[in-house]
Design a binder for this molecule. Sequence first.
Ligand code: ADP
Ligand code: MG
Length: 335
Amino acid sequence: MTPLLEVTGLHKTYDNGVRAVNGIDLHVDRGETLGVVGESGSGKSTAARLILRLTEPDAGAVRLEGEDVLAMRGRRLREARGRMQFVPQDPASALNPRMTVRQSIEFNLRAHRWPAPARRERIAELLDAVGLGAEMSGRRPHELSGGQVQRVALARALATRPDLVICDEPVSGLDRSVQAQVLNLLVRLQRELGVAMIFISHDLTVVEHIADRVAVMYLGTVVEEASAERLWHNAMHPYSRALLSAIPGTSGARIILEGDPPSPRAVPSGCVFSSRCAYAIDECRRAVPPLEDRGAHQRVACIRAPIAWAELSPLDPASLNASRGASNGLTAHPA
Ligand code: ADP
Ligand code: MG
């Protein structure tokens, strides 16, 4: 069956030479939530903008139910945009500060040619769905809390009854307690509406909670893709293992990342992760490893995987510390 969204070979190098997205393949089925996880700077937001055509890709294809979005113009492009909506990373700046909640949502409905009476009805319905009282409709963004702003951004995104919503770090800017509320709301709405979602986050625990499938990004490439369950229990790529290791309380083989992420202007040859990988061999630096199917819908871009983690672990902390460069946010220490 044709997936709802299919992305192939997507590339984007910015004018400043940053290779933000380096040939990614993704797909999302109807009603499914795909999590996209990776460190800051790995190209997650750029990938979202390319899919939505807010930024034009250098190469690659984006297909919505088999139709080439990149070739669309005019009315067809507008319709596709109505079917793919965006909750951006910083909704406070994405909402027009001069517009009330009602006006923000209505703006989206108007852009997609909803008639006035239907718009009014839809706005009431949406405010209710995201748990905002009708009295909120006259407020402007500065009169709302962070969680409320995020609910408005979500209502606006859902307004046109899209098939797909791309949420870019939708809870990253919120307090922990509010994060949980907004996440639960997302899960509930996703189930009730059957809308497909791409959920972007740097936090694997958040992604694991919400996603059916997860794509792990590193320096503009997808290094592993698997069901959330499979990734959590049987991640194969050393970078995925490193992300898991960094979560407090996880058990199993610990992976420590060596050094800092390389500059996206000077992406390593061969495997992009090779410069930080404790298991890299010469061959890893020669060719980009393909994302290969390892069964159970798990795809891994690593010629060394699966590494016999149990045999390698626990890693010798002394030798690793000696060879490690500057520490980074993902460093985890062997148990
Ligand atoms: P993420 O969302 O995973 O943090 P981004 O897609 O925002 O990653 O950024 C990927 C890389 O592209 C980073 O190195 C970032 O600095 C760079 N980048 C992002 N947007 C631009 C832009 N408009 N112009 C130039 N470089 C950019
Ligand atoms: Mg981002």
